[in-house]
Design a binder for this molecule. Structure first.
Ligand SMILES: NC(=O)c1ccc[n+]([C@@H]2O[C@H](COP(=O)([O-])OP(=O)(O)OC[C@H]3O[C@@H](n4cnc5c(N)ncnc54)[C@H](OP(=O)(O)O)[C@@H]3O)[C@@H](O)[C@H]2O)c1
Length: 275
């Protein structure tokens, strides 16, 4: 399924009520796709769909908490019957605050695993059998550079991103003999409501990252997703400085660990002393 034209293709986008998912919805619809928008807040999804339609696009909304398997199955069944089998899934639903082991409750660890990790799995599981039967499709998942590094004071966040990367890379291997492409998009800091929804996180981005690379816009990332639809590349990392850092980290992990310690969150000894 190389170089997929988006004209009249059914593109399911999770996390479409905000940020990167919303920007993807608008761009994919502009490229002619029929976009199927999923997130929890029905009113915000309706607003995004309204903007898509106003610009001549085609959009459907299916509100769902993607951490709830039964709701995902039900909504996926409706999507299949009412819109069709997806040609593409863009997984952009996710949340998670940057907090240490001492600051994170067991419940928060569970929630952070629930979305994006389980939300991505539930979405893929709900549609994959039909996509495989058709032997074509593309599954694209947004992820953070935290899937390669350990950011100090962001334990639950990092763990869920590493798990999501493992799922994506394993899925790509398992689907290798099929016509389904699997792509991870790893974006450095993006100017989106994410940081308002997950306070604390922005302050803990290691200085090495903020000083070396620009903050991306949601439109930049949507364009990267669009580029991904034109290829079967398994991983795309933006911007190029982050791509270079990930490459170098493979050979010099000790140096990056030291850089993270030197330029990242340093409050853990205080947290320990307060126990
Ligand atoms: N912003 C960044 O710097 C950055 C960088 C790299 C990667 N990312 C990743 O990209 C993804 C999107 O981030 P963003 O910046 O676009 O954040 P955002 O603006 O906060 O959007 C998150 C989206 O996920 C949805 N969502 C959250 N939990 C959900 C659930 N349980 N079920 C269904 N939908 C759910 C939210 O909608 P509802 O609240 O309506 O459900 C919202 O539409 C995240 O996984 C994030 O980790 C972000």
């Amino acid at each position: 399924m190389n170089r997929m034209s988006l004209k009249d293709k059914v593109v399911v986008i999770t996390g479409a009520s905000s940020g990167i998912g919303e920007a993807c919805a608008k761009l994919m619809a502009k490229e002619g796709a029929i976009v199927v928008l999923i997130a929890r807040s029905a009113d915000r999804l309706a607003k995004v769909a309204g903007e898509v339609v106003k610009h001549g696009g085609s959009a459907f909304t299916y509100p769902a908490d993607l951490t709830d398997i039964e709701i995902v199955r039900r909504q996926a069944g409706r999507i299949r019957n009412e819109v069709g089998v997806p040609d593409m899934i863009i997984n952009s639903a996710g949340a998670g605050n940057w907090l240490s082991i001492f600051e994170t409750s067991e419940e928060e660890f569970t929630d952070m695993m629930a979305a994006p990790y389980f939300a991505t799995i539930h979405t893929v599981k709900a549609f994959l059998p039909d996509m495989v039967k058709r032997n074509r499709g593309h599954i694209i998942t947004l992820n953070s550079p935290a899937c390669y590094f350990i950011f100090p004071g962001a334990l639950g966040y990092s763990a869920t991103r590493w798990a999501t990367r493992a799922f994506q890379e394993g899925l790509a291997e398992e689907l290798r003999s099929t016509g389904i492409a699997v792509t991870s998009i790893i974006a450095a800091k993006v100017d989106s409501p994410y940081f308002k929804n997950n306070p604390v996180s922005a302050e803990r981005i290691p200085g090495i990252a903020t000083s070396l690379m620009k903050t991306l816009t949601v439109e930049d990332v949507a364009f990267t997703v669009w580029r991904a639809t034109r290829s079967r590349r398994r991983t795309i990392i933006v911007p190029w400085q982050m791509s270079l850092s990930v490459f170098l980290n493979r050979f010099f992990p000790g140096i990056f660990k030291l850089l993270m310690r030197a330029t990242g969150y340093k409050g853990i000894p205080d947290e320990i002393s307060r126990l």
